[in-house]
Design a protein around this ligand. Structure first.
Ligand code: ATP
Length: 621
């Protein structure tokens, strides 16, 4: 039964966990909703809804305050991140009354339900919303709080305990301020946080690398308040000592002195350990394994020189599951580029990212394992492993990062300045790149009427087919290679068929780039590669051959345009691949790994599909 016009009215339906002394247990109550008026609030299995008892007409005012009618009439529990009993009676947000029925200043108690709204123009962008309900009976408010909390607690995906690293010097040096702005969201959601403000570069890496497994397991995840480079540091601290996988062969194993653009067949002569059927049977890319006692695969190690530094410490307790569904990574953007945040949440916004985290969203992310074999042309072969989450680039990209480091004091503007300088230099680099051929990509490149199909699609403006763009609930990311759908990360490198080939490109390149995700950012709204995915197990190799400066500028302007076609040029090679290897033929050896400098004359990289879980649901694009 619903009562109207009585703030103390309680309908007599069942209400679990209620205090018995306030009358019958209910799931509907008459309450006052701030800025709306008197409503009947009803609790459903999946959320709350409310109905205004007497719709206000536009001219009604109370003590001079015009009533604001909200369009929302319900909220799902999955969108509620907190509910709070507001201590003390009185007024909410300074409002003097809640409805015409209650213009007298009677004693009221309040509770607030915290959720979010989507921006109408940019659906990925979330803003905080609070629904403040009032009642003249304290116990009634408490009952509602308990009831809502019970429903929220059923969502086991929400984090309870997080480790937070803050880089005070990220972006415009506002890492602290950024954290202070969003910290109330975490405390309201009752998420415990251990906050570490870094004192130097490498601090977060050291903490992550040295943390005992039992301490790591006490957290539901780790957050970086900073940029992509800072996140990369945390990721490497986590993975380097815990994720184990044999290295790819050295580039010299398959770089024979051959001409430009040639083909090398991969021979599968090494029997892999038989017990993991869906793992790769090739000596080139074997299955990933966390250090949990399962051991390494029995591979033809003649193809592999050296082991990973940091992987063989027998004293360290390595039993941390990788990938882990529960343990997630997150970023609260405070950096100069924040490309990972843009690709995973669709917005470069601290509130949006915080909401994805407290609501316990999850996507899997591909991670590239990069092995540097030689630092410079004269150094000896010595494998050194690093992981990258977004991008690895050489030539133009390496030079921009080198140059920009000199102007860190300029903040994010340093990239514009350094980029212009490097562009004007227009240097090219002789190098050889080998990449593993992907069956599905072969057909795309089949000539049709003497022209590559890809070009025809580009001509028809079909290059960016909508269903190729990675978005929330992405089918590509959630589909296993065999067609079965799964939300479980498999963390396997690409399982390629026997006889898979390494294709090669040699020449003078302005840049060599490997995009693991699309790398959307404010300068490149569609990203470096618009159809790259968060967890399809591939990276996109973009080779830009030497070309006149004007054409290169044209390519760059296409990158900077929404809907541009930066890959649709004769001098641009685009290869989707799970692995590549690189050798420089000059003296330059500067790479850019997730926005950080990485010295490498010879390297190889392979993608591990869905190696980590991340707090986001994918962009709403
Ligand atoms: N306390 C610190 N002092 C100096 N450097 C630090 C500190 N903490 C972290 N760093 C380093 O700062 C570098 C850059 O950090 P971060 O990625 O947060 O900012 P950014 O470079 O401005 O942003 P983006 O990576 O998005 O371009 C990282 O390499 C990180 O290791």
């Amino acid at each position: 039964m619903e009562k109207t016009g009585d703030a103390g009215g309680i309908a007599d339906e069942f209400f679990p966990n209620a205090q018995a002394d306030v009358g019958p247990l209910v799931s509907s109550t008459n309450l006052f909703l701030d800025k709306v008026g008197e409503v009947v609030l009803t609790c459903h299995s999946d959320g709350l809804s409310w109905k205004l008892l007497e719709p206000p007409d536009d001219d009604r005012t109370c003590l001079g305050l015009k009533q604001i009618s909200r369009t929302a009439t319900e909220v799902k529990f999955s969108d509620v991140y907190a509910v709070e009993l507001m201590h003390g009676s009185g007024r909410v947000n300074g409002a003097k009354c809640f409805s015409l029925h209650d213009c007298h200043d009677s004693k009221m108690y309040h509770f607030s339900v915290h959720s979010f709204e989507r921006s109408k123009s940019q659906p990925s962008l979330l803003t905080l919303v609070m629904y403040a309900f009032s009642h003249n009976n304290m116990e009634t408010c408490q009952m509602w709080v308990n009831r809502i909390n019970d429903s929220l607690n059923k969502d086991i995906g929400r984090p309870k305990n997080l480790l937070v690293f803050v880089n005070p010097f990220s972006g415009k040096a506002n890492g602290f301020k950024t954290w202070e702005t969003v910290a109330p969201i975490f405390s309201r959601a009752k998420v415990k946080t251990k906050v570490i403000a870094t004192e130097r570069a490498g601090h977060a890496f050291d903490v992550m690398a040295s943390m005992a497994v039992k301490d790591l397991k006490s957290y539901d995840g780790v957050l970086a308040v900073g940029g992509d480079g800072f996140f990369n540091e945390i990721l490497n601290g986590f993975l380097l000592s815990r994720h184990n996988a044999p290295n790819l062969p050295t580039p010299s194993d398959f770089f024979q002195p051959v001409g430009t653009n040639s083909v090398v067949n991969v021979t599968n002569d090494a029997p892999a350990e038989a017990s993991h059927q869906d793992e790769d049977q090739s000596p080139f890319l074997s299955g990933s394994r966390s250090h949990n006692g399962s051991g390494l695969m029995n591979l033809n190690l003649s193809k592999f020189t050296g082991s990973d530094p940091g992987l063989s410490n027998p004293d360290q307790d390595h039993a941390f599951p990788i990938p882990s569904e529960r343990f997630r990574f997150g970023i609260i953007p405070a950096g100069s580029t924040d490309s990972i945040v843009m690709c995973t949440t669709g917005a470069r916004d601290t509130i949006t990212s915080s909401l994805h985290i407290v609501l316990g969203k999850r996507v899997c992310l591909d991670i590239a394992r990069v092995v540097r074999w030689k630092t410079t042309s004269t150094s000896t072969i010595e494998p050194f492993v690093r992981y990258a989450a977004s991008f690895a680039g050489y030539g133009f990209y390496g030079d921009v990062i080198t140059e920009s480091e000199k102007y860190r004091f300029m903040g994010p503007k340093r990239y514009d300045y350094a980029g212009t300088k490097v562009f004007l230099r227009h240097r090219s680099y002789e190098a050889e790149v080998a990449y593993l051929e992907v069956e599905s990509e072969k057909t795309k490149l089949l000539p049709e009427n003497g022209r590559p199909l890809e070009r025809i699609r580009a001509f028809l403006g079909q290059n960016k087919s909508d269903n190729l763009v990675c978005r929330k609930n992405c089918k590509v990311c959630n589909t296993k290679p065999n067609g079965a759908t799964t939300r479980t990360p498999n963390a396997m490198p690409y399982s390629h068929p026997k006889g898979a080939r390494w294709l090669k490109s040699r020449g003078n390149f302005l840049s060599v780039g490997a995009a693991i995700i699309s790398n959307r950012n404010e300068k490149a709204p569609d990203g470096l590669v618009a159809d790259a995915h968060l967890s399809d197990g591939f990276l996109h190799l973009i080779l830009i051959r030497n070309c006149p400066r004007a054409l290169y500028l044209w390519h760059l302007t296409q990158l900077a345009r929404r809907g541009g076609e930066p890959l649709n040029f004769e001098f641009v090679e685009h290869h989707k691949t799970p692995a590549f290897a690189f050798t420089s033929f000059g003296n330059e050896s500067v790479w850019n790994l997730d926005g950080e400098l990485f010295q490498a004359h010879q390297l190889s990289a392979q993608v591990f599909r869905g190696l980590i879980s991340y707090f986001a649901s994918g962009p709403e694009v």
